[in-house]
Design a protein around this ligand. Structure first.
Ligand code: SF4
Ligand code: SF4
Length: 282
């Protein structure tokens, strides 16, 4: 494994509030501006070099959403490079992938080759374009990308480290890269993207006294699949429980509701995506 230091981007999804400052920052940097050897101007409309994706989970009244900025992943085994002709795409020693704005002219197949939909076609110039990791800024002494300077909540963190060090960081901070069919070892890492990656199973435990429904706080709800426990939660002051980080498309799950160690109710739920199963009366 190479000891050379290379750029990687860490994106903390839990901190993103969908303000679009990073998107606008990329527009400010690239629309109407040419950086020779890096990129031709981005058109005013139609390109999302930093693209804010949204994921939603659950049903009323237990709903959650997250926003995830996505851009060129600067893949180490980049599918786009495999279709590029005439050396139109190069991988720099520091990990950054550059689509040459001159050599790539007419090569629309580069757009289709990216499994992450991160390449956009410039109709006017007839070239494919993607976020170039702000390489022109980094080469001029910047120690961070434009998006990092624009983001009010510190979602982005670019790090220039060896591959071994990046693997260690990814393991320690539980980072993930995007998955795509034919994807090629991305260098953009995501953190805390639970709504995109997992399902939750939520509900509300109540009891009925003299016709009045009361929330039940402090009961344990445990979910099992084929006899193995897959998660648990304790109801809050509203009787709500939310069992997090479940694998999607689990299918039938058994729920056990316990108070003071005694099982007081069982039921099943079908978990495909995040689900709120409503009230459970004990
Ligand atoms: S994300 Fe797409 S455009 Fe960027 S390096 Fe990977 S394959 Fe190429
Ligand atoms: S600037 Fe930061 S908080 Fe705003 S959309 Fe971009 S990543 Fe999210």
């Amino acid at each position: 494994m190479s000891k050379a230091k290379k750029w990687n981007m860490i994106v903390n999804v839990a901190k993103c509030n969908n303000c679009y400052n990073c998107f606008v920052g990329a527009k400010d940097e690239y629309v109407g501006n040419e950086y020779k050897g890096y990129t031709a101007p981005q058109p005013l409309h139609g390109h999302q070099w930093i693209d804010i994706k949204r994921a939603e989970g659950g049903q009323w009244p237990m709903v959650e959403a997250q926003f995830r900025p996505q851009m060129c992943n600067h893949c180490d085994d980049a599918p786009c490079m495999k279709v590029a002709k005439n050396g139109a795409i190069t991988k720099r020693a520091d990990g950054i992938v550059i689509i040459d704005p001159v050599k790539s002219k007419g090569q629309k197949e580069i757009v289709d080759a990216c499994p992450y939909n991160s390449v956009f076609w410039n109709e006017e110039l007839e070239i494919p374009q993607a976020w170039p990791f702000d390489a022109h800024l980094l080469d001029n002494g910047w120690d961070k990308t434009k998006a990092e300077t624009c983001c009010p909540t510190d979602v982005f963190k670019s790090v220039k480290v060896s591959d071994a060090e990046m693997l260690r960081i990814a393991d320690q901070e539980e980072l993930k890269t995007l998955e795509a069919k034919g994807g090629g070892k991305p260098r953009v890492y995501y953190k805390n993207s639970d709504v995109f990656d997992y399902a939750f199973l939520g509900g509300t435990v109540i009891k009925v006294n003299n016709g009045i429904e009361d929330c039940v706080e402090g009961v344990q709800v445990t979910a099992s699949k084929d006899g193995a426990v897959i998660g648990s939660a304790v109801t809050d002051g509203f009787g709500d429980f939310k069992i997090q980080k479940l694998t999607k498309s689990l299918g039938s799950v058994e729920l056990k509701i316990e108070r003071d160690g005694e099982v007081i109710k069982t039921r099943t739920a079908d978990v495909q995506e995040s689900i709120y199963i409503g009230c459970i009366t004990i």
